[in-house]
Design a protein around this ligand. Structure first.
Ligand code: ZN
Length: 434
């Protein structure tokens, strides 16, 4: 375990500006390690010790190494996380033309981001595009990542809002529209003939005709690369640390298993739409993950025996104690960056953690030689939730909610700890059987 893991994490974060690229990045790493892709519409022929993965909607992924025993006999070891992060999605017919030929884009907020962290940054565009084919039921899907900064959301000048630092309510519709440039009348005419700015940008990127673009799911993302911060390089910063850092920690642990054979079947699941309640076919509320487990070899009654023998780590980042806001934190359970993985606990069951599952995780940390912290909300603060309990609506799994302690959750650029990530990979590796 070394700084190489952090370099790889930063590269993965940069390569994953949307949930679609995140799943693509994970898929490519799995294929390089010999995992075989399984298609949902085909019959699955699995062998003990075999390594496989399958995707849903190109934005959720499940990868697994079959155990030598059946899941009903040896259970599943599961680590889950999510591929989505708060962002702005570009609406259809997005172009709004203003004075001097200034073009801005009509966008919609996805999830609960910290809006003002998105101002005055170089922004690019990524996501997926659907192209025309002969079969209307099977449009061709292509991923796109423009990579270069093509937009910015300029803040209003201080002089027009001198109270800006005393609280500044923002309207997504009015304040958050990104500007992409200014164009002459002739250029605007040309742009219109090519389906508008967004379609012509994407058509150029993909070398296709704009008229073949049937639809798209595109988001804005900050172009700044992920990087190391701190006097001794103890922090790393990036967009989408919540929750891609956990997805990549589980990937690192699964890839690290190489050809280590265990009786139990090891799975990592990365779901989409956690930030909007998980209620889609590719979200944790869907029966998709349960169907993957059934198809791995636990049909019917065997699934219930398998579930009883299984354990899940629901991995989603936690709030690190912030030196400027001590009053927001529980007096005795506030995890710090650098203090190791965090068990998340809630008396009202927003997290799936209970004494038994926390005990299991604490022992795994001991065996992995890493410190472990606890997070409990300040009793007057509502706090958040995550996908662990949503998934238990489909499968009554025992398990623990945990994550790394990060600052500025849902900012366009979050901050986390280098050692915490390395420690999390160690404990995930121990969990998967190393
Ligand atoms: Zn999260």
């Amino acid at each position: 375990m070394s700084k190489d893991n952090i370099k790889r994490l930063l590269d993965w974060l940069d390569a994953s500006p949307s949930c679609f690229q995140a799943v693509d990045t994970i898929s490519r790493e799995l294929e390089n390690a010999g995992f075989v892709r399984l298609n949902e519409e085909e019959s699955w022929q699995l062998t003990p010790g075999g390594k496989y993965y399958t995707t849903k909607n190109s934005s959720a992924i499940a990868a697994f190494i079959c155990g030598t025993a059946s899941p009903a006999e040896a259970g599943f070891r599961i680590i889950t996380s999510h591929s989505d992060s708060p962002c702005f999605k570009i609406k259809p017919n997005a172009e709004i033309i203003g004075d001097g030929g200034v073009v801005s884009l009509n966008v919609e907020k996805y999830g609960g981001g910290i809006l003002y962290t998105w101002f005055d940054r170089p922004l690019s565009v990524a996501g997926r595009v659907m192209l025309r084919t002969a079969d209307p039921f099977a449009p061709e899907e292509r991923l796109v990542d423009v990579k270069r900064p093509v937009a910015t959301i300029p803040h209003i000048a201080f002089h027009f809002n001198r109270a800006v630092n005393e609280g500044n309510p923002l309207s997504v519709q009015k304040d958050m529209k990104p500007v992409v440039g200014y164009f002459s009348d002739a250029e605007l005419e040309e742009m219109k003939r090519h389906g508008g700015f967004v379609k012509s940008l994407i058509a150029d990127e993909l070398c296709v005709d704009h008229s073949d673009i049937l639809d798209y799911e595109l988001c804005l993302y900050p172009c700044e690369k992920a990087g190391i911060v701190g006097a001794a390089g103890e922090y790393f910063q990036s967009g989408r640390i919540d929750d891609l850092s956990m997805a990549f920690a589980s990937l690192e642990a699964l890839l690290g298993m190489k050809d280590a054979v265990t009786e139990c079947t090891r799975i990592m699941g990365v779901f989409d739409n956690e930030e909007t309640g998980s209620g889609t076919k590719q979200g944790a509320h869907s029966p998709w993950f349960r169907s993957v487990m059934e198809r791995i070899g636990a049909p019917g009654e065997e699934l219930h025996r398998a579930v009883a023998r299984s354990f899940m780590i629901s991995a989603d980042d936690a709030h690190a104690w912030h030196p400027n806001y001590n009053e927001k934190y529980d007096p005795t359970n506030h995890p710090v960056i650098g203090g190791g993985p965090v068990i998340k606990i809630n008396a009202n069951c927003k997290y799936m953690t209970d004494a038994q599952s926390a005990a299991v995780f604490r022992r795994l940390c001991e065996e992995a030689g890493v410190k472990c912290q606890s997070f409990v909300n300040h009793s007057d603060v509502a706090g958040g939730s995550t996908l662990g309990n949503i998934l238990t609506g489909q499968l009554p799994l025992r398990g623990v909610d945990m994550g790394c302690a990060i600052w500025a959750m849902h900012s366009a650029r979050e901050t986390a700890g280098v050692s915490d990530h390395l420690d999390t990979v160690k404990v995930f590796s121990r969990f998967y059987g190393a």
